[in-house]
Design a protein around this ligand. Structure first.
Ligand SMILES: Nc1nc2c(ncn2[C@@H]2O[C@H](COP(=O)(O)OP(=O)(O)OP(=O)(O)O)[C@@H](O)[C@H]2O)c(=O)[nH]1
Ligand SMILES: [Mg+2]
Ligand SMILES: [Zn+2]
Length: 320
C-alpha cells in the first residue's frame, strides 16, 4: 500500500490564469473507453493531454495509447477515486509544470471509478471541468447488471454523466440497441431512487449517443461544464475495493493458441482481463477479455510493446 500524502493545491495559477478544460471519461470495465479515446485523439486537431488510470500494476491502456499519442500520463496500480489518493495530484503537478498548456485534458478513469468522487479534481488550479462522458457497452449490459456490484457501479457512472455514449453497437441488432438504451434510462431512474450522487446535474435529460457517430470529438470535447463546486470538496479515499485485481503471469513466449487455453483456464467470474503477450516468432498479441468475450489481436509494428502479465479483474464477494 502506498503512503497517503495530503494533496496541496498550488498557491499560484499556472499559465497566466488560463484554465484548461478537462473531461472525465468514465464507463465500466471494458466498455470501450480506451478505444473511443484513441479515436478521439486521432481526430483531434489541437494538443490534448491524456491521463490514464488503470487498476493493474501495469498500465496496459497507457502503453496502447502512448504509441499513437505522445502526451500520456499514467496513473497506475489502483483506482484514483478509491485508493490512489496522491496519483491525481502528482499528475496535475506534472501537467502544470509545462510551459505551454495543452488545449484540453482527457482523463480515462478506471472502469470501477465513481466519477462524482473525482469531479472536484476538474477544478484543480489551471483546469476547469468541461464534463463527464460515460460509456456503456450495449452488448453485455443486460448480463452485467444482474451482478449487484457491477450494476451499482454502472448506475453511479450514469447518473453523473453530462453525456452517455453507447459503444459496441456493431455487436447487437437494432432491437437490442433500443433495449439497451431503455435499460440505461431505467438504471438512471433506479439510481435516482437510490439517491446516488449526480454531481449537481439532472440525469433524466442526459443525451445518449453512439460512439460510432461522426461527431465524437466535437461532442465529447465541448460539454461546456455547467456544474458548481470546487476543489475543497474532494472526498477522502474510501480504500474499499469493490473489485479485486490479480496479476496472472503469461509465459514468455506463449503461442497464439495457448493464449486461448490460458484464458479458458482462468477461474470463473472474470469481468475484465488484458495484457500483452509475445510468441516465439516475436509477434505481440493484445489480449482483451470483457465478460464472456475475448478478442486477441496482433499489435502492429509501431504498437509493439514489451510483454506483460495478464491483469485479471473480478468483483469482490461482499456477502462473504
Ligand atoms: N466490436 C466492438 N468492440 C469494441 C468497441 N469498443 C471497444 N471494443 C473492444 O472492447 C474491448 C475493450 O475495449 P477498451 O477500449 O479497452 O475498453 P476500456 O473501457 O478502455 O477498458 P478498461 O480500461 O479496462 O476498463 C477491446 O477488445 C476493444 O477492441 C466497439 O464499439 N465495437
Ligand atoms: Mg481502458
Ligand atoms: Zn475508485
Amino acid at each position: 500500500m502506498k503512503a497517503m500524502k495530503r494533496y496541496q493545491e498550488p498557491e499560484f495559477l499556472p499559465w497566466d490564469g488560463r484554465r484548461v478544460p478537462l473531461t472525465f471519461l468514465s464507463g465500466y470495465l471494458g466498455s470501450g473507453k480506451t478505444t473511443a479515446l484513441n479515436r478521439l485523439l486521432a481526430a483531434a486537431e489541437a494538443p490534448i493531454a491524456v491521463l490514464v488510470n488503470d487498476v493493474g500494476e501495469v498500465n496496459i491502456d497507457a502503453r496502447l495509447i502512448r504509441h499513437r499519442h505522445g502526451n500520456t500520463i499514467e496513473l497506475t496500480d489502483g483506482c484514483v477515486c478509491c485508493s490512489l489518493s496522491d496519483g491525481f495530484g502528482a499528475a496535475f503537478d506534472q501537467l502544470r509544470s509545462r510551459a505551454t498548456p495543452p488545449n484540453h485534458v482527457v482523463v480515462e478513469l478506471s472502469g470501477v471509478a465513481e466519477p462524482d468522487r473525482v469531479l472536484p479534481w476538474g477544478r484543480s488550479a489551471g483546469f476547469k471541468l468541461d464534463g463527464v462522458v460515460t460509456l456503456v457497452a450495449v452488448d453485455q449490459l443486460a448480463d452485467l447488471v444482474t451482478e449487484p456490484i457491477a450494476e451499482l457501479t454502472i448506475m453511479k457512472q450514469l447518473v453523473c454523466a453530462d453525456l452517455i455514449m453507447l459503444s459496441k453497437v456493431d455487436l447487437v441488432s437494432p432491437a437490442q440497441r433500443v433495449a439497451a438504451e431503455q435499460l440505461v434510462r431505467d438504471l438512471i431512474q433506479k439510481g435516482l431512487g437510490e439517491k446516488l450522487a449526480t454531481g449537481g446535474i439532472d440525469p433524466t435529460t442526459t443525451p445518449i449517443v453512439d460512439t460510432t457517430g461522426p461527431t465524437l470529438a466535437s461532442t465529447v470535447l465541448q460539454l461546456g461544464g455547467g456544474r458548481s463546486g470546487d476543489i475543497d470538496e474532494l472526498p477522502a479515499p474510501t480504500l474499499f475495493d469493490t473489485h479485486s485485481t490479480e496479476m496472472v503471469p503469461l509465459p514468455d513466449p506463449i503461442e497464439r493458441e495457448d493464449i486461448d487455453h490460458l484464458i479458458a483456464s482462468l477461474a470463473p467470474g472474470v469481468l475484465r482481463a488484458k495484457g500483452i503477450a509475445r510468441d516465439s516468432s516475436d509477434r505481440r498479441w493484445n489480449i482483451q477479455v470483457v465478460g464472456r468475450r475475448t478478442v486477441v489481436t496482433e499489435l502492429s509494428a509501431p504498437e509493439r510493446d514489451d510483454p506483460t502479465d495478464l491483469v485479471v479483474i473480478r468483483a469482490n464477494n461482499l456477502s462473504g
